[in-house]
Design a protein. Sequence first.
Length: 140
Amino acid sequence: MPLLKHKTLINSVTDYLNMLPDNVYLPLENIRQIIKSLVPDAEETMKYMIPVYKHKGLLVGYGATKNQCSFFVFSSSVLKDFEEDIKGFKTTKLSIRFTQDNPIPNELITRIVMARVAENELKVITRRKTNALSRHKVLH
């Protein structure tokens, strides 16, 4: 169950984080700072009632329940690539669950965020090539 239930109470990521107790605020603020330092032009917004970041598409996000946090990778293939690194955590198809006592190491967050950046950038390049080929076929 999400810690924050009322969508109308949350106007920004800062509002979201400021409503959290320290046991979940501190690790999520840490993730926020890592994302901002790695991808300073990423758009920070609220989606699905959690903070998310967009960079050439949906990048990553995070959220909290009363006793745990989730780091949303939004990519099953990236999570699979880090399968060995995340063995000590509970996972879902698109996220990693953790606590303040067992946080995701900063170095791993960095590697996952950069893998998602690369994945999103590759999708943009692939889409452009596909669109160019489609336009070429129409012209000939």
